[in-house]
Design a protein around this ligand. Structure first.
Ligand code: VAH
Length: 316
């Protein structure tokens, strides 16, 4: 079942809008399409390893864009290396072949996890040494290289953004290394205590889900002639656990955070960039984030409070 992906299909086949198939493992909230491009269409379940099934979805729904989010993230991938390699690489190859065969515009996200300890960390540029130390990072570098190869060799309209840690109130932590930055909000509004698996000074690039969606749509809509790269870093902010805790305490002064670094995830985080250089994205297609740390904290607390109220849960 873990290879199943949730696919959203644009519900407006008659319009000139792109008809978008989004594959997801539930790790990115796609229930709230950021713009009309992602019409809220029906969800269907498919197996990202079943090429025939994916091809039927593409052909029967006259798909023109494919957004491929299905992947196991960093920490869960280290606990399931064979499964992560199968989903993240074999699943990717199904999607690459499908896009080539059907002339789709293809978006595959990469990540800060595509860099390793020998990469420049502060900031990490778009083009530099990439020797990641996780199967997740290795699979994402493979995706970047395969997509760019098929673009240059066969003209595939492959597009890739390296996401920071994506912070959403609508998606529970999904086995990533940046997930403490989601859990801390749920803990602040429930128990008032968060135990952090990273050191208090671990700085990582992060982004609000709304900026992540908007960047993806704006990049997918950018004219080819504007793109000097096929794979871009995008950035919004970088913060440490103690910084996000201090910002939350401006709203919830009683928040208590204890630190119990987890060796696996601390080692992963220490191998990743501290900050991203996303100047090429800002220059080529006008990338500009809307959420900084204060805006992210305000929105996350407000959204999770509302969800807790709607679920009849106590709210701090
Ligand atoms: C992870 N949230 O922690 C994901 C992400 C930037 C890292 O790819 O694995």
């Amino acid at each position: 079942l873990v290879t199943q992906c949730k696919c959203e299909i644009s519900a407006d086949p008659s319009s000139d809008n792109p008809r978008v198939l989004i594959t997801d493992m539930g790790g990115i909230d796609i229930k709230k399409p950021p713009l009309e491009v992602f019409n809220s269409g029906p969800f269907v379940y498919a197996d990202v390893l079943d090429y025939k099934n994916l091809r039927e979805l593409v052909v029967n729904n006259r798909i023109t864009w494919l957004v491929h989010y299905s992947a196991l993230l960093s920490a869960v991938g280290e606990a399931n290396v064979t499964l992560a390699r199968t989903i993240n690489i074999t699943g990717l190859h199904n999607v690459l072949d499908l896009a080539l065969e059907n002339c789709l515009r293809l978006f595959v996200p990469s990540t800060i996890g595509a860099f390793g300890p020998s990469s420049p960390r502060d900031p990490a540029p778009d083009l530099c040494v990439q020797r990641p130390r996780t199967i997740y990072g290795v699979s994402k570098v493979h995706g970047e290289l395969m997509g760019e190869y098929l673009h240059h060799k066969y003209g595939l309209d492959f597009r890739c953004l390296r996401y920071p840690g994506v912070i959403s109130a609508n998606t529970k932590p999904g086995g990533g290394t940046t997930d403490y930055a989601v859990q801390i909000f749920h803990d602040a509004l429930s128990t008032g205590h968060h135990e952090c698996y990273l050191r208090p000074d671990t700085r990582l690039p992060m982004m609000h889900i709304a900026d992540c969606h908007r960047a993806t749509v704006e990049f997918m809509q950018a004219p080819e002639c504007q793109l000097s790269l096929r794979t871009y870093n995008i950035a919004a902010m970088s913060f440490t656990p103690e910084e996000v805790a201090d910002e939350i305490r401006k709203h919830l002064p009683q928040l208590k955070v204890t630190y119990n670094p987890d060796a696996v995830r601390q080692t992963i985080a220490d191998s990743w960039p501290v900050r991203f250089d996303d100047s090429n994205a800002r220059r080529d297609w006008g990338w500009q984030p809307a959420y900084g740390l204060p805006e992210l904290v305000t929105d996350m607390l407000c959204s999770i409070r509302e969800k807790r109220r709607n679920s009849g849960l106590p709210v701090r």
